[in-house]
Design a protein around this ligand. Structure first.
Ligand code: S3P
Length: 174
């Protein structure tokens, strides 16, 4: 089976990128990285704190730098932050350095999965459900633009999602 060297997971907050990424890396014997976790390790603070201090602009600058560094590696599975596709340079870095998988889930499910945690400053809104719709209008076409494969996560468990990705990688559509 010829599996691409790098596999990059993109998708909205709550689509399961980190869980699927870790399991996929273990399955394929690749090293796993998560952009946001690397950023937090480097800065010694969490994502909401970076947003507080430097705003979204500061966060995006740091995110782009970490992405450039991680995309230059080989043999990895990388989970990216949900907003990474907003920057054309980021999209290019993803598309040219690996096989990109978009984990797609319906907006309602994304809302359910993100509603309990307070670690996502992009969803600090009076009406997070509407905010999700607004962000998806912009982002969904960008996830699709950069993706080599779109996987419906729906209510399927992460194991099933990982299986589908591995199956497609080992037997790519012609
Ligand atoms: C963001 C998603 C987050 C994190 C940051 C911004 C976004 O990552 O990068 O809070 O703009 O969608 P997850 O997608 O892993 O939650």
């Amino acid at each position: 089976m010829v599996v691409p060297s790098n596999i990059f997971l993109v998708g909205f907050m709550g689509s399961g990128k980190s869980t699927v990424g870790q399991q996929l890396a273990a399955e394929l014997g690749k090293e796993f990285f998560d952009c946001d976790r690397v950023l937090e390790e480097r800065t010694g603070v969490d994502i909401p704190y970076i947003f507080d201090l430097e705003g979204e602009t500061g966060f995006r600058r740091r995110e782009a730098a970490v992405l450039r560094e991680l995309a230059a590696k080989r043999g990895i599975v990388l989970s990216t932050g949900g907003g990474v596709v907003g920057d054309p340079d980021n999209r290019r870095a993803l598309a040219t350095n690996g096989f990109v998988v978009y984990l797609h889930a319906p907006a309602e499910l994304l809302h359910q999965r993100t509603s309990r945690d307070r670690n996502r400053p992009m969803l600090y809104a009076d009406d997070p459900r509407t905010r999700i719709d607004e962000l998806l209008v912009v982002r969904d076409p960008l996830y699709r633009e950069v993706a080599d494969l779109v996987v419906e996560t729906g209510r399927r468990g992460s194991r099933r999602v990982v299986q589908e990705i591995v199956r497609t990688l080992s037997d790519p559509p012609r």
